[in-house]
Design a protein around this ligand. Structure first.
Ligand code: 5GP
Length: 174
């Protein structure tokens, strides 16, 4: 497929880092039971692998957001397409995000979830694009910092395609 460019994070690198993140979460949340909140659809694969690397009783919930804009640019205006099923009050909530670009989606989510009174609220982002953030993000866990290019794979799509690639690569189509 010639619309797929250079590999940005290879499968083995990705998996090794996720194991490390899981260990870190396990240590940090010892004796607590975090509620993992996955941001659909992009984070589904990361959520599944991260959860298997966490050695604690965890619970799951998912939320779907859509940001207005073109396929490859976010506008920062976010709409909740599917809300959480669970009550967040007094829970130790860990937002699991696929990728942070401008940071606007995450800033919105954080504000929205904080208003539901969790005991703690932290963020685990697999990928963070270098230097693009316009807001202070305060990310507790980051998998990789990557160059500011549009990428697909490992949950990330373009028009719903390429989510099933086991690695992350640059998208060169239009
Ligand atoms: P932000 O609000 O941080 O600018 O954008 C975050 C959202 O935009 C992500 O959750 C993801 O849905 C989408 N996004 C940002 N960068 C990329 C990218 O390089 N590839 C894909 N497939 N989606 C991206």
């Amino acid at each position: 497929m010639d619309e797929l460019g250079d590999v940005v994070v290879a499968e083995t690198t990705l998996q090794a880092r996720i194991v490390e993140l899981g260990q870190q979460v396990t240590e940090d949340y010892a004796d607590r039971s975090p509620l993992l909140v996955g941001v659909l659809k992009g984070a589904f694969m990361f959520m599944a692998d991260l959860a298997r690397a966490i050695r604690l009783p965890v619970e799951f919930d998912f939320m779907a957001v859509s940001s207005y804009g073109s396929a490859t640019k976010t506008s920062g205006v976010v709409r909740i397409v599917k809300d959480l099923d669970l009550d967040l009050s007094d829970r130790h909530v860990l937002i699991v995000e696929d990728i942070v670009d401008s940071g606007l989606t995450l800033a919105y989510l954080r504000r929205n979830l904080l208003a539901r009174n969790p005991a703690t609220l932290e963020v685990c982002a697999l990928l963070v694009k270098d230097g693009l953030q316009r807001v202070d993000l305060d990310l507790k866990y980051v998998g990789f910092t990557i160059p500011p290019e549009f990428v697909v794979g490992y949950g990330l799509d373009v028009r719903e395609r390429h989510r099933n690639l086991p690695y992350v690569c640059v998208y060169e189509g239009d």
